[in-house]
Each structure stands twice: as structure tokens, then as C-alpha cells.
Design a protein around this ligand. Structure first.
Ligand SMILES: [Zn+2]
Length: 377
């Protein structure tokens, strides 16, 4: 029996194995931890919270801890500021078996029937708890009808029911839902917090990691704890000693020289070279998002540095503005091609850079770029 338990623990993904189970262990969200501790102590609980933030920064984890804290008998009895993780209520939430905590993922349950089913559960009084807690992850994926059904209950909330709505994209949520919820923003995890946490987990897993490899992982995970831990999980499966070459091989990252080279050719307006680099990036299926992110970083440094000629600087600002435009979810497909095509239009103008708006005028794209997206002009 004991052997089976050990085997199960070994097979658990690291992000699940090291998921924080109380407020103190939540990484990088101190402002929200103190907010919830005070709210629970003063019994000032809203009817609906909207957790907003990028993936892997602790939103779902926090929702479960809040659910445990609200219903933990020991916490209220002994006036603790953390859920005990030992009472029946806490254990049931951890095991996903609580009758009073309901969690659905809207990405897989988008319809009105899913929300109706959830709302029906709120009409029954809590079984062994003070609150019924409904956690809806990825809420921006709900259909319009499902949102309307949810809105009805948010307008007339039953007593002792709490909704925790979680999203990575608040722009896709109707304003009526947002305005009826307390919006709480989760921050990306700082590099320092992430570095300490990742190093500790590698040590607990009896591995080692070099500083360069650690920096590489922090850069790739962009403030997401889950992303960083998933990378560590993958690397430790291969070798307990993590170094930079292991990272580069497994993450299939593009070399740092690529964004520098692309920028160099953009400045010299060498279209053939630019197209070669874009093809090279696409053939290797390197992330367009990463390329755009690195170029933004380099450009910002160059502009702030101020050592370039004024005309070059203006051109850098133009490129940066166009990069910002394509660094959004709206342009998931062909964003690199769109970005480049817009720059080619910029090349075809004079060097006076009189107005950025004029780059949206209809222009003929050089034949060398067979870019479908050019039709939008
Ligand atoms: Zn408890």
C-alpha cells in the first residue's frame, strides 16, 4: 500500500505536487493574500470575485484556498489566518469531493445547461459548510446565453453563495458581469520569487541547475509559475543536472542572435535577408510570440539608450509601434508576416517618417513577399 502511494507521488506533475495549499505559500500575490485574510477575518465577503491575470500565476490555486478558508472549522474556531488543511472540509476541497465547493472549466463547459446545472446547486443550502463556493475557470469561454444565465443569479444572489470567476482575458467578459464582481488582478511572478521557488523545487527533487539554465527558464516562462515548473518537470525527466544546453535542446528556443539579426536587416532595409530569416523561423516552428517579445525588448533598450542617430531612432520607434500592434491575441495567425508586410510598406515610403498613419495607405507589396495578409490594406 505504502509503495503504491510513493509511486503515485512520483508520477504527479510537479506543478500539482508543489501547488500551494495555504495563503502563505502563494507566490507573488501578497496584495491579494492580505486582502483575503482581512476579508475573511472581518467576515466581509463579496458575492462574486473576478480573478484576472495571465496563466500560471495562482488564480485557481487562490480560489481553492479561499474556498477552504471560508469553510474551515478550525480556522474560525481558533481564529487562525490560514485554512488548517486537516479538517474534513479542507480535505474534501483538496480531493475535489466537497459537496459545497463546485468547480467547472468553462473552456469545456461553455453552454447554458452547464451554468444552469451549477446554479441549481446553489439553491440548496450548504451541507457541512458556511458557504457554497462556485469556481468557474476560463469564464471568458462561456457562450452569450450562459453569461446571461449567470448574470441573473449575480443580480439576485442567494445567501451564503460565493462565485469565483477566473479569466486570462477580461476583454471577452460582458461588462454587466464585470461590474457585479470584485475584480482582483493577479501579477506575473517576479523573476526573484520565481528563481527562489524553482531552485527550491529542483533541490527537493534532488536535482541541480546552473545559473544560466535558471535564467533561460525564467525568460521562457515570463512570470508564469506553472510554465516554469512544467519546464523543470520536463528537464528533470531527462537529467537531474539541468544546464543551459539541455534547456536549448528541449525547449527548441531560437538563438538570441535571430531577433538581433532581424532588427539589423530591418534597419538596413534588406528585404531579401528579412524574408530569409522569417522563412528560417517558420521552418523551425519557433515561436513568433517569442521573436516579437525579444525584438520589443531590444528596441526598447536601443531607444532608451539614445546612442543612435535621430532619424534611426524615429525608425526604431515606428518599428516598435508596429510590433506592439501585432503583439496581441487578435493576431494569432500570420502575425509575423503581417508585421513584416507593414514594415515593407514603411520602406516604400520616403525616409521623412512624417506620419505613421500614412503607412496604412494602399501600397504595392514587393513580389518577394507572398503574404496573404496584405489584402487587409
Ligand atoms: Zn480546515
Amino acid at each position: 500500500m505504502e509503495q503504491k502511494k510513493i509511486s503515485y507521488l512520483r508520477n504527479r506533475p510537479l506543478h500539482s505536487k508543489y501547488r500551494p495549499n495555504n495563503f502563505s505559500n502563494v507566490l507573488g500575490q501578497e496584495h491579494l493574500v492580505s486582502y483575503f485574510k482581512r476579508s475573511i477575518l472581518n467576515k466581509k465577503i463579496a458575492f462574486s470575485y473576478l480573478f484576472v491575470g495571465k496563466h500560471g500565476v495562482g488564480k485557481t490555486t487562490m480560489s481553492r484556498i479561499v474556498a477552504k478558508a471560508l469553510n474551515c472549522s478550525s480556522m474560525h474556531k481558533y481564529k487562525l489566518n490560514e485554512p488548517c488543511n486537516e479538517c474534513l472540509s479542507c480535505l474534501n476541497v483538496d480531493l475535489g469531493q466537497s459537496f459545497d465547493v463546485h468547480e467547472i472549466n468553462a473552456a469545456m463547459n461553455t453552454g447554458i445547461d452547464n451554468i444552469r446545472e451549477l446554479i441549481e446547486k446553489t439553491h440548496l443550502s450548504p451541507v457541512n459548510s458556511l458557504y457554497k463556493v462556485c469556481i468557474i475557470d476560463e469564464i471568458h469561454m462561456l457562450s452569450l446565453n450562459a453569461f446571461n444565465a449567470l448574470l441573473k443569479i449575480l443580480e439576485e444572489p442567494p445567501k451564503n453563495v460565493l462565485f469565483i470567476l477566473i479569466t486570462t482575458n477580461i476583454k471577452k467578459i460582458p461588462g454587466t458581469i464585470v461590474s457585479r464582481s470584485q475584480k482582483l488582478c493577479f501579477l506575473p511572478i517576479s523573476s526573484k520569487d520565481l528563481a527562489i521557488s524553482v531552485s527550491k523545487i529542483v533541490w527537493l527533487e534532488k536535482g541541480s541547475i546552473t545559473n544560466k539554465a535558471l535564467l533561460h527558464i525564467l525568460d521562457s516562462s515570463e512570470g508564469s509559475f506553472r510554465d516554469a515548473i512544467n519546464i523543470i518537470d520536463m528537464l528533470l525527466t531527462q537529467n537531474s543536472k539541468i544546464n543551459q544546453s539541455a534547456c536549448s535542446f528541449l525547449l527548441t528556443d531560437m538563438p538570441n542572435s535571430i531577433p538581433h539579426l532581424l532588427l539589423q536587416h530591418l534597419l538596413s532595409k534588406n528585404i531579401i535577408r528579412i524574408v530569409h530569416i522569417i522563412n528560417y523561423v517558420e521552418e523551425r516552428q519557433w515561436s513568433e510570440t517569442n521573436l516579437i517579445k525579444h525584438m520589443k525588448k531590444i528596441l526598447k533598450e536601443k531607444i532608451v539608450d539614445g546612442s543612435t542617430h535621430l532619424t534611426t531612432n524615429k525608425y526604431l520607434v515606428f518599428i516598435w509601434q508596429i510590433l506592439l500592434k501585432y503583439d496581441s491575441e487578435f493576431f494569432l495567425q500570420e502575425r509575423l508576416s503581417l508585421f513584416i508586410s507593414e514594415l515593407i510598406l514603411l520602406f516604400s515610403r520616403t525616409d521623412s517618417f512624417s506620419s505613421i498613419n500614412s503607412i496604412n495607405n494602399k501600397k504595392t507589396i514587393p513580389h518577394v513577399l507572398k503574404i496573404q495578409a496584405v489584402q487587409i490594406y
